[in-house]
Design a protein. Sequence first.
Length: 167
Amino acid sequence: MDCSATNIVNAKSGGNYKGIGKAVVKLVPMTIEKYETWLDANVKFHAEEKVRVGNVSAEEAMQVSQHEFEQIMPDGLDTLDTYLFNVKDENSDQDVGCLWLKVRDEGKGMFIYGIEMNEDARDKGYGRQTMQALEALVKQMGIPKISLHVFEYNEVAINLASSEYSV
């Protein structure tokens, strides 16, 4: 699933992270046009994941997924404490992925609903750089904790998530 969809001033304006190595990313707030494409792809992906882990039948998966997205993001991009970013390579300005976040626990935690690197951007350091950009963002926002849920079969996400990130 592709996430194709300036500087850090506040969470809604995005941010940059200049890391070590060739990957340099910036987080750019998702536009409504990119959001609509992202939403369609993610509702479908979420439905497939629910079937894969055995939570629902294939027949009911899309309806359940759509309902859950409506609950999680009732106001789309304007949903309170929810942030959707396109991850861009700062040098080329090319979309390399996306990041979906939600502030939780009365501002004490940032939950990663999704981090996805485009197929052609994988294994180039963008995921790690995105996590480091996120770390800088939550520090700026005064949020002390980042958390996420990873399915046990997602080894790439487990490896990324198990890296040391302190805020």
